[in-house]
Design a protein. Structure first.
Length: 661
């Protein structure tokens, strides 16, 4: 039913409740863009003409009323679904809980809550009675409490016009027997006072947290409503005001004539006790001035006294004629059977009163065979209404059941379930060594989703390339599962201090750089008259300079005295500091340091800085590294006098510089 659209406008969203006759769903009205509640007649009743009539009567009865404490009816209809008919009522959506749920959660309500809710229910009944409509099924299950505390009376499914012919001769047993008036239990004449009795039972349950009558079967409870006096509320909780107790006891008198003559009187007394700080006003006989068996509300002692006198009288009568009580009970029992059989028919009646009630077990998650055995062992019927693909439940397990767990039903009642066909498995593709920008399309094609993306340093895997994944490649997982990946963010960058390697042997210098996490760059031989061969005579970065790990460091190493020292050696020494223009000048033939201070591009995260040196007619890249925008880059190079150095950022020419003396 979820997702179905009724009447071309009501989209079913979720199931929110249900009773013996109908299920209730939350839906969205596409036309007015608002949430509504839709009551749908159960499938087993769509061909039962009596139920269909009663279902239609509910919509007609409630639609004729307009009151803030009565749920609004918006629409009613029948949807043809092939050969199947869907009878539905569109109602106001109430965001809240039933009064029954609230009582269960709290155990019992406060005095103020009881009076407040009772007053609102009574006002709803007053409006219905003014419109000549008796509800006949007042109980906490049919009373919604909105989040703002507003009471909404629902379910006019067995309501009837309040006329002289209003006799409960058919469908009164649909309501809960725990809230029946004695006349309903006998199958007799019902009127507005029947609603007052049921409201009294609801008030009793609110303030005490328990029902006045319990029994093993509906018949037992019904007979108690007819015959037995209930325990007064203050015997259960002596903090209950006497005045409130007397209002409840007046509502639940056995004889209709002993109750409030109308709801207006009840509302009057509820308002009086709400505004009064004491029970003094209930010392007046006007409050309970009808000829009840529980006389004026003068206090608890009087109530108990009257009750005890009545019990003595009953015992005396029982002693005089032992068989009289049995005859009365038998007569009531037969009258009750006669009244209800007119609606249910012989077999339905037999099922109602002779069939044992059982509690529906929780089947969701159980294997179908196990669930079927459990259901049949309880005397219930097991039906599979369909199967669905499920990634949550294994194949053969129960996904859902139409009757909620712990609901009490008669033996033989059908329990329909939906069974899982199992989950759809797909194979996880290999994402390792794939670029991060590719994985979404790869996973989508495989029927999977991208999960968590984390990053980690890697000396081997390039930046933005997948290092690992979970689940592992080629394993089988559920469709639409998420695959998590770890992506490389390149080598881990750490700052180290440049060591002094000048004066060390080249082997020792290399080891010193490696220990620091630096990379040995170009090692160039340089003739030297003063420094022994294989001794480092120049390092690219000054000692103490902060460098990132894996930075390349170039070194110049002495190759010893020049072989042709006759010309070059003398020239080098003799022209020290001379700016002569001789092409064979020693300084021009000897490389010297040159420094570049560079600022990377600021509009991007990193910039590739490349420096090309051209000397002796040959060009070579002497520097090529990437730097972040936040870095201030200093580059120390070597070159002969007149050598040309070109600086490029990301391959774009910036400027050039000539090595001077």
């Amino acid at each position: 039913m979820i997702g179905k659209v009724l009447g071309g406008r009501y989209e079913i969203l979720e199931k929110i409740g249900g009773g013996g006759m109908a299920l209730v769903y939350k839906a969205r009205c596409r036309l007015l863009d608002r949430y509504v509640a839709i009551k749908i007649l159960r499938d087993e009743f769509v061909n039962d003409e009596e139920f269909v009539k009663k279902f239609r009567r509910e919509s007609q009865a409630a639609a004729s009323l307009s009151h803030p404490n009565i749920v609004n009816i918006y629409d009613v209809g029948v949807e043809e679904d092939g050969e199947h008919k869907i009878h539905y009522i569109v109602m106001e959506y109430i965001k809240g809980k039933t009064l029954k749920q609230i009582i269960k959660e709290k155990g019992k309500l406060t005095i103020d809550e009881t009076i407040n809710y009772s007053n609102q229910i009574a006002e709803a009944l007053e409006h219905a009675h003014k419109n000549h409509l008796v509800h006949r099924d007042i109980k906490p299950h049919n009373i919604m409490i909105a989040e703002d505390g507003r009471v909404k009376v629902t379910d006019f499914g067995i309501a009837r016009a309040a006329t002289t012919s209003t006799v409960t001769n058919t469908s009164n047993v649909i309501g809960s027997v725990h809230y029946f008036s004695p006349e309903q239990a006998r199958g007799g004449y019902t009127d507005e006072k029947s609603d007052i009795y049921s409201l009294g039972i609801v008030m009793y349950e609110m303030v005490t947290g328990q029902l006045p009558f319990e029994g093993d079967s509906p018949i037992t409870v019904a007979l108690k409503h007819v015959q037995e006096d209930m325990v007064s509320p203050r015997e259960i909780d002596n903090t209950i005001p006497v005045g409130l107790q007397n209002i409840i006891l007046k509502c639940v008198q056995k004889r209709q004539s002993d109750r409030y003559s109308n709801v207006n009187e009840l509302i009057r007394d509820l308002k009086r006790i709400k505004t009064s700080k004491t029970d003094e006003i209930f010392e007046e006989t006007s409050v309970l001035e009808s000829p009840t068996r529980i006389i004026p509300a003068v206090g608890e002692e009087d109530v108990v006294k009257v009750k005890n006198n009545k019990n003595k009288k009953q015992k005396k009568q029982t002693g005089q004629k032992d068989g009289g009580g049995k005859v009365i009970i038998l007569g009531i029992f037969l009258a009750f059977l006669l009244a209800t059989s007119m609606f249910f028919g012989f077999f339905k009646l037999k099922g109602l009163f002779t069939s044992e009630e059982v509690e529906v077990p929780s089947l969701v998650g159980l294997n179908k065979d196990v669930a079927e055995k459990e259901v049949r062992d309880l005397g219930l019927e097991f039906r599979v209404k369909g199967t669905v693909k499920s990634n949550e439940f294994k194949a053969g397990d129960i996904v859902s059941q139409d009757v909620e767990a712990k609901t009490k039903v008669k033996k033989g009642f059908p329990i329909e379930v939906t069974v899982s066909e199992g989950m759809t498995l797909v194979k996880v593709p290999n994402l390792e060594n794939k670029d991060i920008n590719e994985i979404e399309s790869i996973l989508k094609k495989a029927g999977l989703k991208e999960g968590t993306v984390t990053s980690d340093f890697s000396d081997k895997i390039p930046t933005n390339v997948v290092i690992s994944q979970s689940p592992e490649p080629y394993t089988e997982v559920e469709a639409d599962s998420k695959v998590n990946v770890v992506v490389s963010k390149g080598p881990e960058v750490k700052n180290v201090t440049m060591p002094k390697v000048v004066g060390q042997k080249i082997g020792d210098a290399k080891n010193a750089l490696i220990v620091k996490g630096l990379v040995v760059g170009q090692v160039k031989p340089q003739p030297s008259e003063d420094i022994a061969k294989d001794i480092v005579i120049w390092q690219e970065y000054e000692p103490g300079t902060e460098l990132q790990t894996n930075t390349s460091v170039d070194l110049y190493v002495s190759s010893g005295p020049e072989e042709d020292s006759e010309d070059n050696g003398n020239n080098n020494e003799g022209n020290n500091g001379n700016n002569g223009n001789n092409g064979n000048n020693g300084k021009k033939n000897k490389e010297g340091p040159i420094t570049f201070t560079l600022t990377p591009f600021q509009d991007r995260d990193e910039t590739e800085i490349k420096i090309i040196r051209t000397q002796d007619g040959e060009s070579e890249v002497v520097y090529n590294k990437r730097h972040k925008a936040t870095e201030e880059v200093t580059v120390n190079l070597k070159g002969k006098v007149g050598a040309k150095f070109e600086v490029l950022f990301d391959g774009i020419y910036q400027y050039d510089k000539i090595k001077e003396e």
